[in-house]
Design a protein around this ligand. Sequence first.
Ligand SMILES: CC[C@H](O)CC(=O)C(=O)O
Ligand SMILES: [Mn+2]
Length: 342
Amino acid sequence: METNKKVTITEVALRDGSHAIRHQYTTEQVASVAGALDKAGVPYIEVSHGDGLGGSSLQYGLSKTNEMELIEAAVSAVDQAKIAVLLIPGIGTVSDLNEAASLGAKMARVATHVTEADVAPQHISRAKELGMETVGFLMMSHMASPEKLTEQAKLMESYGADTVYIVDSAGALLPHETAERIRRLKSELSVNIGFHAHNNLSLAMANTLAAIQEGADRIDGSIRCLGAGAGNTQTEVLVAVLERMGIQTGIDLYKMMDIAEDLVAPILEKPQEITKGSLVLGYAGVYSSFLLHSERAAQQFGVDSRDILIELGKQKVVGGQEDMIFDVAAELAKQKNSLIAK
Ligand SMILES: CC[C@H](O)CC(=O)C(=O)O
Ligand SMILES: [Mn+2]
């Protein structure tokens, strides 16, 4: 692998990690983690509800703290780092984006299902008008062929995205599939290409390195693996690995290790690991953010959460269809009860 290369890291624990702690971040936690990440040299820190701006709802999970207060706290805590926000059109609105920008957010990551980039232009243009850096974030990328993904990535580029991300929302991609997708985007687009992994099949690091090898410019990580499902590529580990490979991130490894240990570990309800539930997310190709919802539905309906996830995978359920989790659980319970009654 080439050396003297540079990779730009976006830390997503304060957004993707929100799923793992049921959106219970406090302003104190966000300010202390963002401030410490800033001092460690992390260039971009994403802060929002797990499902992006406007995500706080019964459908996606209510936030303990209004995300605008979290964004404001993060902005005040940093000197060099830029605060990013995630926005899924339809969940987040242009007025959410206006408010986040007025509070000092400098990057908008506009996220769509991998085949639905065409819902993004309005939000990308508004973010640009607001002077924000823009990212087109193609979620559930394992569900599209490399050809389809390239077509959708080109749409994001045509709307003005400065960077286009391949997002492995389910942690389902294998390294050769990641490499193939990044290679195509690098050869057919002119903008920066990014990669966002989930570790459900223990492949986040392998996929990330495959992406970097193919020329990915930007990589997402979550410190202490604090992200949905089994978490993302673990940022402090990535910093160490890239340092060993001679790839520059500008991030201080010792400081990151201390933040992980002293500030982030205490936030976790339990250590991040690949549980049977998160493994099935990757195996069945289901949104990582569905994990806790499925576990709750399994308990409520007395069924196995793995069966719910496998069925959701078969039905190719996508983000925004969280209500299907309960429908599937209810259907499985009905089938189970009718078998018992026979
Ligand atoms: C529901 C939004 C989602 O968490 C965005 C993301 O990080 C992903 O698709 O992996
Ligand atoms: Mn994610």
